[in-house]
Design a protein around this ligand. Structure first.
Ligand SMILES: Cc1cc2nc3c(=O)[nH]c(=O)nc-3n(C[C@H](O)[C@H](O)[C@H](O)COP(=O)(O)OP(=O)(O)OC[C@H]3O[C@@H](n4cnc5c(N)ncnc54)[C@H](O)[C@@H]3O)c2cc1C
Length: 592
């Protein structure tokens, strides 16, 4: 059975030595003293190791069941969910006006990583609830807010997100679910939604479905979509649970992974719904939910890779096979441990350097959200809007690759369910697909985000990289091992961006054929920047002579690996991008 131990020291390093959160001027960050965040992360880590992680395999094996219209979660999930709820974790970064603890998003994200690594399927019930909270909080009327938010923040009720229909996935303009105005401020919702995560279960008293639907007579396509709250049970005027609403579970999906999370077909049969925001402007509030969810999916990508890596590293130190090429390392045993073999090291370094880089990138992204929200910083908002598809797409693609690499360290034992390594690979796979498949993230990046506000945000990113290089190139070691490769990679990214700007209008296929490579190129540059910043922080700590020297040396060595062995991928991505669409589009559809 796999084990999990929260990487609190690494999280603390990013929060305090790289991002220096406690010294930042973002409102609320003054509460994030190292002692405080350490206590929070330790507590989350205990819950994750003792309660959530042991249920991960249980959830995978048992899955969810549907009996007589009622969904049951796996053994132990309800008790574990109640412990998450009782610990106040559901409302950690929610508004105190509705019972939340008002902590910054950056801390919520750090805790989120821990819970996801331990048990992603269980954490999704919590994550979707947070998404519903955010959409209602940002866009609903005061009346709806006071009815729904306190219960969502407390976790007494949970949330879901309903976009997908059988004929409508990526293309939301094809939506058929309809919402008819009743003249009393409510709407009657009818239609079918599929693939609804946490769509029904036995963890909470009520489930608040956030449903996209079309009001008849509205604009065609995506412009005619509105967002509604549709509770499983209607809510009485005094806030108590009322009659059952017209929503029922058609079935739950059999799927590749995240078996502990109920993925439901939901049938809406004249269910009562309440409009969130304005008629036909449902995408705005839904995007509040989706942008948050996309960052959460980015966390899921590297958090599962992190859990898989931990187990691969333990196994590589224990499993005895073969002898080191440079001479016996374990003379007392029949063979040396796997970890002596350079190819196993390469794999572990790939995993470790990705996970730690992605962690820093995500927490930086979360801090940009805090700046945007709490400081009304438009530049921070523009930057995180640009980086969101990169965090989602790159972290989930790489997260899957790394989970596969961790499984590979186990050889055949990784393919056998008993070790739990297959589950990591199966569970993380969905992160590449939902919340907008990664192909769509890449299109969003190239087609929308790159040129947003006249390309201002991508220029700001390049300036940020340039400034960091300029400010630190007096440090010879940092300059040689980190800043020089970062500069080269950033140049590749700039060249790719220029190519898209030149080709985008002239020959859109050239841009679209290179979008996936661009997302990966961008992801590598971001992780390169993060590693340069982490190496700088670790170097400063070593110079000052305080703290755990081995920890800082390990950081620098891991960063060097990323810069030498991963970052050069930017040249390959650029070459692919600038080769254009000709080879991609060469065959006719019937030649496939
Ligand atoms: C386990 C699970 C949980 C889910 N949870 C939820 C949920 O809670 N709520 C919810 O609403 N939905 C949910 N989904 C649905 C999920 O978000 C969609 O499956 C996903 O967005 C893709 O839609 P689709 O499956 O219809 O694929 P399609 O839209 O048919 O796309 C198929 C492929 O074509 C690509 N593609 C599509 N259009 C283009 C284009 N214009 N250019 C280039 N490539 C394109 C896509 O990238 C994808 O790879 C879930 C799905 C699963 C499997």
């Amino acid at each position: 059975m796999p084990t999990y131990s929260a990487p609190t020291k690494d999280l603390q390093f990013v929060l305090h030595e790289v991002l220096k959160v406690a010294k930042s001027d973002v409102p609320g960050y003054d509460e994030l003293a190292p002692e405080f965040t350490s206590a929070v992360l330790e507590e989350a880590g205990k819950l994750a190791t003792d309660v959530l992680a042991p249920l991960n395999v249980v959830g995978d094996r048992e899955g969810c069941t549907l009996e007589n219209g009622v969904v049951r979660t796996p053994t132990g999930f309800k008790d574990a969910y109640n412990q998450v709820k009782a610990g106040g974790w559901m409302g950690l970064d929610c508004d105190p006006d509705y019972g939340g603890q008002g902590m910054p998003h950056v801390l919520g994200s750090a805790v989120g990583e821990i819970f996801v690594s331990a048990n992603m399927a269980l954490n999704m019930y919590q994550g979707l609830t947070h998404g519903a909270y955010s959409a209602i909080h940002a866009h609903a009327s005061d009346e709806l807010k006071s009815t729904y938010l306190p219960k969502l923040v407390a976790g007494t009720w949970t949330g879901t997100m309903n976009l997908t229909e059988p004929q409508c996935g990526t293309d939301l303009g094809l939506m058929r679910t309809k919402a008819e105005e009743q003249g009393d401020g409510t709407y009657r919702i009818s239609g079918q939604k599929i693939f609804v995560s946490a769509g029904d279960h036995d963890l909470s008293e009520n489930i608040i479905h956030m449903v996209l639907a079309k009001i008849p007579g509205g604009p065609e396509g995506i412009k005619g979509v509105s967002l509604f709250i549709v509770p499983k049970f209607l809510v009485n005027d005094n806030g108590s649970i009322g009659a059952r609403n017209g929503v029922s579970v058609g079935s739950i999906e059999e799927k590749m992974g995240i078996h502990g999370n109920a993925t439901c077909v939901l049938n809406y049969d004249e269910a009562t719904g309440y409009l969130v925001g304005e008629q036909h402007k449902g995408l705005r509030p839904m995007f509040t939910m989706m942008n948050e969810a996309r960052l959460s999916v980015g966390i899921q990508g590297y958090a599962l890779a992190s859990a898989a890596y931990q187990n691969a590293a333990i196994y590589a130190n224990e499993r005895l096979q073969g002898r080191a090429a440079t001479g016996v390392k374990n003379p007392g045993g029949p063979a040396d441990p796997l970890i002596v073999h350079p190819d196993i090291r390469r794999s572990l370094m790939d995993q470790k350097s990705f996970v730690e880089g992605a962690r820093a990138f995500t927490l930086w992204g979360a801090s940009l959200i805090d700046q945007a929200l709490k400081n009304s910083d438009d530049d921070a908002e523009g930057l995180i809007s640009l980086l969101t598809p990169v965090i989602k797409g790159f972290h989930s693609d790489k997260g899957f690759d790394m989970a596969i690499q961790a499984q590979q360290v186990f050889g055949g034992h990784g393919y056998i369910e008993e070790t739990g390594m297959s589950q990591f690979a199966r569970d993380v796979r969905i992160t590449q697909i939902y919340e907008g498949a990664n192909g769509i993230q890449a299109l969003d990046l190239v087609g929308r985000k790159l040129g947003q506000d006249g390309g201002k945000h991508v220029m700001a990113f390049f300036e940020l990289v340039k400034a960091f290089i300029k400010d630190n190139n007096g440090d010879e070691g940092l300059s040689r091992d980190f800043l020089t490769p970062l500069k080269a990679a950033s140049k590749d990214l700039q060249a790719a961006a220029m190519y898209f700007m030149a080709e985008g209008v002239k020959n859109p296929d050239n841009a679209l054929a290179g979008s996936n490579d661009f997302m990966h190129l961008f992801g590598h540059v971001c992780l390169g920047l993060m590693w340069a910043q982490m190496a700088k922080a670790a170097g400063d700590a070593l110079t000052s002579g305080t703290g755990d020297k081995d920890f800082y040396r390990t950081k620098i060595a891991t960063g060097r690996y990323y810069m030498a062995r991963q970052l050069p991928a930017t040249a390959m991505h650029l070459a692919r991008i600038t080769s254009g669409a000709d080879t991609v589009m060469a065959l006719a559809a019937n030649e496939f």
